[in-house]
Design a protein around this ligand. Structure first.
Ligand code: SAH
Ligand code: SF4
Length: 394
């Protein structure tokens, strides 16, 4: 693989329209998409708004998966839906529960591919870490997902379907018509920090998040959704405009030389270009800060000088710095910085006026922590030597 390979985007995308003759999945269609689909199936124009609203509520507010249970629709209309559509979310294959309560789900999607989804319960809230691709075309040298060769973009239905599957498992669909208040929710927050680079699958991620935010459905506020990107600069402004969620950036280094090795997309859009895009991120304000994720790698990016350089770089951007102790995986070419080093680094950032929490690794015993995700069934993997070569370590 050449040095420029990591930034190519040679990814299989499932066609957004179903092939002729096949039944179309209603899950993942936007509001407009749903209307179009219902119209094409024969819903009279003047009923369209009402019908699509009713179906939408059954699917996303009540969690119903069976047309027969949609009792405010006539029998004949239910039969029409049955004839043209299916209601499909990813299939839950296995669930592992960590000692700390973290749940890791392995789900199967069309084509037999599998992705991982992680639910992290916390005091008064619960966060679902959602995947946007099978594998990832980028090859960040510290990330397990980046070693998976096979990549395919998830559809919008497969992305929002992960949220629906988790709500099934948590038993969190409200009793008919009584929505849960956000503060009482088990699944209250979404982070797009699972497998894949969400901004390399922009449209599907956008549509899925807009479905999740819709007030007549899953109804999560945009402030409870955080999208993490490795730095796909051209899509950053669109993220604010078309999704409006919070943004996290996998920063991880304070010089281009080191970032080129850790996050190879830096060769395409370097630190300065990335920071310019973040400064312009329209939603950035003191209440909606950008999260700078920074993985702590022993002897690579964790010196006091790095901490001071980081402060200089992010000056002027409403920011917080999330320090992530490196999570090891079989064959990983790095080591985690010591606790003392992480604390010293965090203190420097904190003393400069930025929140600098250290992310507590969750679900490590079940390989559910950040960067450990990689479905074992995708057996094709790169060799250790290849990983090291790409990291510039050999
Ligand atoms: N592709 C996106 C989102 C998924 S990764 C991105 O890179 O931002 C979620 C976070 O986990 C990223 O900040 C990523 O850099 C970090 N990460 C990846 N591998 C890790 C590891 N082994 N240990 C700790 N954090 C890791
Ligand atoms: Fe892909 Fe993110 Fe992993 Fe990099 S850190 S390889 S962008 S999933």
């Amino acid at each position: 693989m050449s040095a420029s390979a990591p930034i190519t985007q040679d990814v299989m995308t499932i066609p957004r329209k179903q092939p002729e003759g096949g039944k179309q999945n209603l899950i993942g269609l936007t509001r407009d998409g749903m209307k179009e689909a219902l119209q094409a199936a024969g819903t009279p124009e003047k009923q369209l708004k009402m019908r699509s609203g009713q179906v939408w509520q059954w699917l996303y507010e009540k969690g119903v998966r069976d047309f027969d249970l949609m009792t405010n629709l006539s029998k004949s209309y239910r039969a029409l839906l049955e004839e043209h559509f299916v209601i499909e979310i990813p299939e839950l294959v296995t669930k592992q529960v960590s000692e700390d309560g973290t749940r890791k789900y392995l789900v199967r999607i069309a084509g037999g591919h599998e992705v991982e989804v992680v639910y992290i319960p916390e005091e008064g809230r619960g966060t679902l870490c959602v995947s946007s691709q099978v594998g990832c075309t980028l090859t960040c040298s510290f990330c397990h997902t980046g070693t998976q060769k096979l990549v395919r973009n998830l559809t919008a239905g497969e992305i929002v379907g992960q949220i629906m599957m988790a709500r099934d498992d948590l038993g969190e669909w409200p009793e008919l018509g009584v929505p849960n208040p956000p503060e009482a929710r088990l699944l209250s927050n979404i982070v797009l920090m699972g497998m894949g680079e969400p901004l390399y699958n922009f449209e599907n991620v956008r549509d899925a998040m807009n479905i999740a935010m819709d007030p007549e459905g899953i109804s999560l506020s945009r402030r409870r959704i955080t999208l993490s990107t490795s730095g796909v600069v051209p899509e950053i402004a669109r993220t604010a405009q078309e999704i409006g969620c919070l943004l996290a950036v996998s920063f991880h280094a304070t010089t281009d030389e080191v970032r080129d090795k850790l996050v190879p997309i830096n060769k395409r859009w370097n630190i300065e270009t990335l920071l310019d895009a973040l400064r312009a991120y329209p939603k950035a304000s003191n209440s909606e800060r950008i999260t700078f994720e920074y993985v702590m790698l022993k002897g690579v990016n964790d010196s006091d000088e790095d901490a001071h350089r980081l402060i200089e770089l992010i000056k002027g951007i409403p920011a917080k710095v999330n320090l992530i102790p490196f999570n090891e995986w079989p064959g990983s070419p790095y080591e985690r910085s010591s606790n003392n080093r992480i604390r010293a680094f965090s203190d420097i950032i904190f003393n400069a006026g930025y929140a600098s929490p250290v992310r507590k690794p969750r679900g490590e015993d079940i390989m559910a922590a950040c960067g450990q995700l990689k479905s074992e069934t995708e057996r094709v993997r790169k060799s250790k030597r290849m990983i090291e070569r790409e990291a510039g370590l050999s």
